[in-house]
Write a protein that binds this ligand. Structure first.
Ligand code: PMP
Length: 391
């Protein structure tokens, strides 16, 4: 099968692997063992990764906290702010289309008595479907709002939210802003100063780095962000996140971000062309396709590699069963642990049927034109076959 599920995860780029290899056998010291050269070498390596990431994101090295991935980063940011004794208030603002790794921790605090405003983005039919207007955030903020959490790019429909405007609104109101930038870092320009975020999560395995490593940006300048740690222990990373540093993962994360940023503009152009070819090919051969999310000719509000569409008059499960030669996601298996219809597509106003018969392509670095043509064949043949069965 050909892999098109690059929003779920990506293959490690051989260049990233190469950068990681020495950390397994040569620079294997514990960065906290500063009494000898093995530890010092590892510490230096981690610091150079932190410096490189900070430069790429326009942050300070000490503002980068390494974690096991974006799920942990999101949990650390949300719980870290909300369990902090001196937080501003018990009201949270978020959007219905966030990843579960944001929605679930927020729901946990709702059960503890916090109040939550879940904003609804623009609906299907709008050229910017899935987009959150900054005004909605401004209107939702109250004197007791303690945290706003809005993602930068959505993992299902690729919509890009106006974080810089939202950041300015939060700053004006004096409210902390967390941003899940997991699908954005390395794909679109991300500058923590321009975005005005106080906390920002990202992960290596979405951008050709290894699984199990990510980071949380925690602002130190201006009004200081106080975080309650979630993992206690050896006091690493200034006590915010204890545990021996994952040196191979950190090297992989830093190299993955470096490569993605260096190649961003060329790769964006290439993926835009590939995606257009895919969508044109599909529309030529299949009737009754509905694009989910913003129009494709709006690069300012949609990731280049993302295509998500619903197929009318086919059963979603049957469709997935018949496109096994390609690896894509369906509108009902967004989180494999619970095959519910996608909460993101439902939030845009799609019916349950159209949600279930939706396919998500995440085109990536290793996809080619011939692979896209193959995908057009596989999907159109499957739809033809299934529709013939119905009549
Ligand atoms: N947030 C978003 C937007 C994501 O796409 C993902 C990955 N599906 C996550 C968070 C979770 O990231 P990780 O796998 O690194 O925990």
């Amino acid at each position: 099968p050909i892999y098109f599920d690059n929003h779920a995860t990506t293959a490690v780029d051989p260049r990233v692997l190469e950068a990681m290899l020495p950390t397994f056998t040569e620079v294997f010291g514990n960065p906290s063992s500063v009494g000898h050269l093995f530890g010092e070498d590892a510490k230096q390596l981690v610091e150079s990764c932190q410096q490189s990431l900070a430069t790429l994101l326009n942050a300070e090295p000490s503002e980068i906290v390494f974690t096991s991935g974006a799920t942990e980063s999101n949990n650390l940011a949300i719980a870290g702010v909300l369990t902090q004794r001196r937080r501003r208030g018990d009201h949270i603002v978020t959007v219905t289309t966030e990843h579960k790794a944001v929605l679930d921790p927020i729901e946990h605090f709702e059960h503890q008595g916090f109040q939550v405003s879940r904003l609804v983005p623009r609906q299907k039919g709008d050229p910017w479907a899935g987009y959150l207007d900054p005004q909605q955030v401004e209107d939702a903020i109250r004197p007791d709002t303690g945290l706003v959490s809005i993602m930068l790019a959505n993992n299902e429909i690729g919509v890009i939210h106006p974080l810089a405007e939202i950041g300015a609104i939060c700053k004006q109101a004096g409210v902390l802003l967390h941003c899940d930038a997991t699908q954005a870092v390395g794909k679109i320009p991300v500058d923590v100063q321009k975005l005005g975020v106080d906390l920002m999560s990202f992960s290596a395995h979405k951008i050709y780095g290894p699984k199990g490593v990510g980071a949380l940006y925690v602002r130190k300048s201006g009004p200081r962000v106080r975080l309650q740690p979630a993992i206690l222990g050896g006091g690493q990373q200034r006590g915010i996140r204890s545990g021996t540093l994952n040196v191979p993962g950190i090297v992989g994360l830093a190299e993955a971000v470096r490569l993605a940023v260096a190649e961003m503009s060329e790769e964006t152009a290439r993926l835009t062309t590939l995606r257009q070819r895919l969508w044109d090919g599909l529309r030529q051969r299949i009737d009754g396709l509905h694009l989910n999310g913003p129009e494709l000719d709006r690069p300012e509000v949609r990731l280049a590699g993302n295509l998500n569409f619903a197929v009318e008059k086919v059963d979603g499960e049957a469709l997935m069963m018949n496109v096994r030669e390609i690896a894509v996601s369906s509108g009902s298996a967004c989180t494999s642990a619970n095959p519910q219809p996608s909460h993101v597509l439902r939030a845009l106003g799609l019916s349950e049927d159209l949600t279930r018969s939706s396919l998500r392509f995440g085109l990536g670095r290793f996809n080619s034109v011939s692979e896209v043509e193959f995908a057009v064949d596989v999907v159109s043949n499957a739809v033809d076959k299934l529709r013939k069965l119905i009549v």
